[in-house]
Ligand binder design. Structure first.
Ligand code: SF4
Length: 744
């Protein structure tokens, strides 16, 4: 294919627009990777309203990753100690269909589980839903959004009656107070931060508050950096609310009493809880000063428009939903919602995690922001799919951690992993690996090979990735972009939705999966959104191709004006039964596993600017590997001195579950008593450097999102001089070298 294409970046939830160019452009030399392979070039799309031509290093180098180490053919083996053998698609798909029938007959449909990804396009999600939740009658379709956004989803649903961030990126240019909590936006959502930073630099009255136990590229630009102890976010936010309420006795403008009375419920209970959060007490709990809390409350209380943003630092917590609700409570207290520059804004991790939420991409959801526990929702979807009443189970499916526990008990007969790498990304990783080995049939549907997950798989299915299939993705501001196919998939790779549909048809659901192309799939999905908060009935592949990226809601006959960004709740009518937003307050519980005598430090984990998640793509891009070659542990100079550690010395980091070995970076950028390591390195790319060997699976009881952000560790200095990073070839041959795969 030789045409330039416009699309959305396939990495993070910012969802920047990209223009991609073929390797051979008339009049120019062919662009090649360092191994000589011609590669597509990417640059920011100036016409994309979300990013206005900006792009970070990941988006700019995406072309280099597309051809490297691809899984090209279905590969199968009887047991994990055998090498894989190439098989035909017919053999692979028949094997899946037969295995599903056997598992359903012997263990029941709930012994089947699929674990998907925010990398999937909406069409992929939708067809997978239909297969699992509709045709097979099990809701065991969870995704890696469980590790990423499920606390935000729960909080929006509880506080506003429906999922969906109310704000848009234009608010970044308008706000006069940005409150960033639990997000290193400059590194993890860089283009969002660029827009905010431009406003901050240009307008001297715009305030930037950053709440983070680490000094980061985000906090260095802040007017106020609150380096709180991990796990004290609710205390801080309640402390700010306490002050705003108190100050409002003299200066009523500090809270929005009219808004509270007319548009919310639950204020009295909230006010009662706040009584316990005096500034002195909160300062002590959070490890900051009373003056800092007062300054934060003053900035918030005096601002015209407050925009708060959060990400994993809030969501990945054993009280993640409560944290996100507490932030929403602050907005309700001050009426900061439903107008330009104001509102609570969760920053989505993956490029189409939002699309997944719309299509039912968690084990308790159905397409169109419906819930499996709601009889009306189930009935609407069953009718639409022309399935018998009662076909969709009323029982929420297993979250990924519940699936792992079921595997330990032998209760999962078939586990199907799609476009994600749980052999690196799940907490308590040694336990996860053991559980995976206990599953009799594991399918890994993936673009790259090897990945860590292949070691635990019986069947590898080659998936066409972004650029090789057409589909829709929704970014953090609810904007949908059509991502067209512009390259040919390698070998026999197929689009994910095509693979699901093939299996569905083999199971006898011929009519249900008779889609001719992705446009038909999307057309069916949008009809299911009719009348729902995420209504997309006015959209189609053709519309998005012609009119460009568009936000939902986008109902037929009432489409948003092209070029104008929309916000939710501008009429202050919410999606709850009485149309009022809810204050839902609770006390802070703190970390599930705080530091103690045996494990005296808190480990917090996070991402780096260049890498993406478990490095399946970015470890294959030399520029990014040069930028971030090694894993490391950040430690405060005071703690380093106590342990007689100097920069570059090695330390063994031990938790109750396992240990890793890392070189230390000594920095005042982290609070004493807390250490930090990046999440990215799995067993394939480094020795003994997997962050999740250490983390625990205790999760938020509402969202079931594990507390990946914090666990208690001890530190033991060790000798070590070599780089932890493994030396791997950049070129082909990895498959054979690492997994002894047998070619045909
Ligand atoms: S900010 Fe995110 S979406 Fe934008 S170019 Fe970077 S990785 Fe891609």
């Amino acid at each position: 294919m030789t045409e330039t294409a416009k699309t959305q970046c396939p990495y993070c939830g910012v969802g920047c627009g990209l223009e991609v160019f073929p390797p051979a452009v008339p009049g120019k030399n062919i662009t090649r990777a360092s191994d000589g392979t011609p590669v597509w070039q990417a640059r920011g799309d100036r016409t994309h309203p979300s990013s206005l031509g900006q792009v970070c290093v990941k988006g700019a180098t995406i072309g280099e990753s597309l051809h490297k180490d691809r899984l090209k053919y279905p590969m199968m083996r009887e047991s994990l100690d055998q090498p894989f053998k190439r098989v035909t698609w017919d053999v692979a798909l028949d094997a899946i269909a037969e295995r599903i029938k056997t598992v359903v007959a012997t263990q029941g449909q709930d012994a089947i589980a699929m674990y998907g990804s925010g990398q999937l396009q909406t069409e992929d999600y939708y067809v997978a839903q239909k297969l699992l939740k509709g045709c097979l009658g099990t809701n065991n379709f969870d995704t890696n959004s469980r590790l990423c956004m499920s606390s935000a989803v729960s909080a929006y649903a509880e506080s506003f009656g429906a999922d969906g961030p109310p704000c848009n990126y234009d608010d970044l240019d308008i706000t006069d107070c940005a409150f960033l909590i639990g997000t290193n936006t400059a590194e993890c959502h860089p283009i969002i931060f660029n827009r905010l930073r431009k406003n901050h630099k240009k307008n001297s009255q715009t305030r930037l508050i950053v709440v983070d136990p680490r000094a980061t590229d985000t906090s260095k630009h802040a007017d106020l950096h609150l380096a709180i102890k991990p796990g004290t976010d609710i205390d801080l936010m309640h402390g700010m609310a306490y002050l705003l309420l108190k100050w409002s006795e003299q200066s009523p403008q500090y809270i929005a009493q009219h808004f509270i009375d007319k548009f919310t419920n639950g204020f009295e209970e909230y006010r009662d809880i706040l009584k316990d959060y005096t500034p002195e007490k909160v300062a002590k709990t959070c490890g900051i000063t009373v003056a800092e809390i007062k300054q934060a409350a003053r900035y918030w209380g005096k601002a015209k428009n407050v925009l708060s943003m959060w990400s994993m630092g809030i969501n990945q917590s054993s009280e993640g939903t409560a944290k996100a609700r507490t932030l929403i409570n602050l907005h309700l207290l001050t009426g900061q919602i439903g107008r330009p520059g104001a509102g609570p804004f969760s920053l989505t991790g993956q490029p189409n995690a939002m699309g997944g939420r719309e299509a039912g991409g968690l084990a308790h959801l159905l397409p169109g922001h419906r819930f499996v526990t709601n009889a009306k929702d189930r009935s609407e979807v069953e009718d639409f799919w022309k399935l018998p009443a009662g076909q969709i189970s009323a029982q929420p499916g297993m979250s990924i951690w519940e699936t792992i526990k079921a595997m330990e008990l032998g209760d999962i007969g078939l586990f199907w992993v799609v476009a994600t790498n749980p052999a690196v990304s799940l907490p308590d990783l040694d336990r996860v690996k053991k559980a995976l080995r206990n599953c009799p049939f594991v399918i890994h549907q993936e673009c790259y090979s090897p990945t860590e997950m292949a070691e635990f798989s019986h069947l590898l299915l080659p998936a066409a990735q972004w650029s090789e299939k057409t589909g829709v993705m929704t970014n953090s501001e609810r904007r949908l972009t059509l991502c067209p196919k512009f390259r040919t998939p390698p070998g026999e790779a197929r689009a994910d939705w095509v693979i699901f549909a093939e299996v569905g048809q083999r199971l006898g659901f011929v009519r249900e999966f008779a889609f001719n192309d992705a446009a038909e799939v999307y057309g069916e999905f949008v009809r299911l959104t009719k009348g729902q908060p995420c209504d997309q009935t006015g959209l189609s592949h053709e519309y998005l191709m012609t009119n460009g990226p568009t936000q939902w809601p986008a109902p037929k006959g009432n489409l948003p004006t092209v070029g104008v960004s929309n916000r939710l709740y501008t009429d202050l009518k919410f999606h709850t039964d009485d149309r009022r937003a809810k204050f839902i307050a609770c006390h802070s519980k703190g970390l599930a596993e705080p530091a103690d005598v045996n494990f005296p430090y808190v480990l917090t984990t996070g991402r780096l600017y260049g890498h993406w998640h478990t490095m399946s793509r970015t470890a294959r891009i030399e520029k990014i590997m040069k930028m971030h070659p090694n894993p490391f542990l950040e430690i405060h100079p005071r703690d380093a001195k106590t342990l007689s550690l100097q920069e570059g010395d090695w330390v063994e980091v031990r938790s109750r579950r396992g240990c890793v070995r890392l070189p230390v970076v000594v920095t005042k950028g982290i609070v004493p008593g807390t250490v930090f390591m990046p999440i990215h390195w799995g067993a394939l790319w480094a020795e003994n450097a997997e962050a999740n060997i250490l983390t625990h699976p205790i999760a938020c009881p509402v969202s079931k999102q594990p507390e990946l952000k914090a666990c208690a560790v001890s530190l033991v200095p060790v000798s070590g001089t070599a780089s932890p990073t493994k030396e791997l070839s950049w070129t082909s041959g990895l498959l054979e070298k690492l997994f002894q795969l047998t070619p045909v």
